[in-house]
Ligand binder design. Structure first.
Ligand code: OAD
Length: 229
């Protein structure tokens, strides 16, 4: 049975009003990665880091899925084989759009993680510095997001899916952050498609490319895949 594996990045949520990282005016032009997205940055200035993720959480709560998220959920529902959605995004727009079992390899804004014992729970809307863990009481609550220098989640499962994929699509990702940027090379048995606003850093590794806003290219591509069967 045909297996589709999809990798998404910030570009799929751009038209829902959530900023990307590396586009002009993106998050990494306003904040330094080492300050807000590393364990060292959190140790140095936890208030800055909690404030950064509190603001992103507040934005994500209000955001609505766009036709690209909805089309991927439709593909999952209507495709006779398996459709695995792997996202680098920490928002929940795939789920709001109706997708199931999304693998959040960089964690989620909705989660809290204890830096002492590893316990996970639902993040409050605003996470305070020194908030205590409900399991071990350590004042070490942090957002359950993966920072640079940390191991992304679900990697064994993702690599196993990539080995079995017959179709692989990367949507709205710049192809600059590993290990996600190397997934296209792991999907050795798959037809590989890039859907992005413009060619990504990894474009030469794909068999097929489609450029334009995700809200247009993704629904069109999903229709074609379902029609081809
Ligand atoms: P980037 O900001 O690096 O790339 C976003 C990509 O989306 C770019 O290639 C844009 O051209 C494209 N894009 C923008 N608007 C689009 C639209 N409307 N439709 C389709 N494509 C669009 O974001 P990611 O590749 O997701 O990690 O970044 C990967 C990781 O780097 C993130 O998960 C985050 C970041 O640092 C961590 O924080 C650990």
């Amino acid at each position: 049975m045909q297996k589709i594996v999809i990798l998404t990045g910030a570009g799929i949520s751009a038209e829902s009003g959530l900023g990307t990282f590396r586009d002009e005016g993106g998050l990494w032009s306003q904040h330094r990665i080492e300050d807000v997205a590393t364990p060292e940055g959190f140790a140095r200035d936890p208030a800055l880091v909690q404030g950064f993720y509190n603001a992103r959480r507040a934005q994500a709560v209000d955001a609505r899925p766009n036709p690209a998220h909805e089309a991927l959920a439709r593909l999952q529902r209507d495709w006779p084989g398996e459709v695995v959605i792997v996202t680098q995004n920490v928002d929940d727009l795939h789920e709001k759009g109706g997708a199931r079992d999304v693998l959040h390899m960089h964690g989620t804004l909705a989660g809290a993680l204890c830096g002492a014992c590893g316990h996970r729970w639902s993040a409050p809307a605003e996470m305070a510095v020194g908030e205590t863990c409900p399991e071990c009481n350590a004042p070490r609550a942090r957002p359950d997001v993966v920072w640079f220098g940390e191991m992304p989640y679900h990697m064994d499962e993702i690599f196993a899916h990539l080995q079995e994929a017959t179709l692989f699509a990367a949507i709205g990702t710049s192809g600059q952050v590993y290990p996600a940027a190397a997934f296209v090379e792991e999907a050795v048995g798959a037809h590989r498609v890039e859907l992005n606003l413009e060619p990504s850093a990894a474009v030469s590794r794909f068999d097929e490319t489609r450029f334009g806003p995700a809200s247009r290219t993704v629904p069109d591509w999903v229709e074609e895949v379902l029609a081809r069967g």
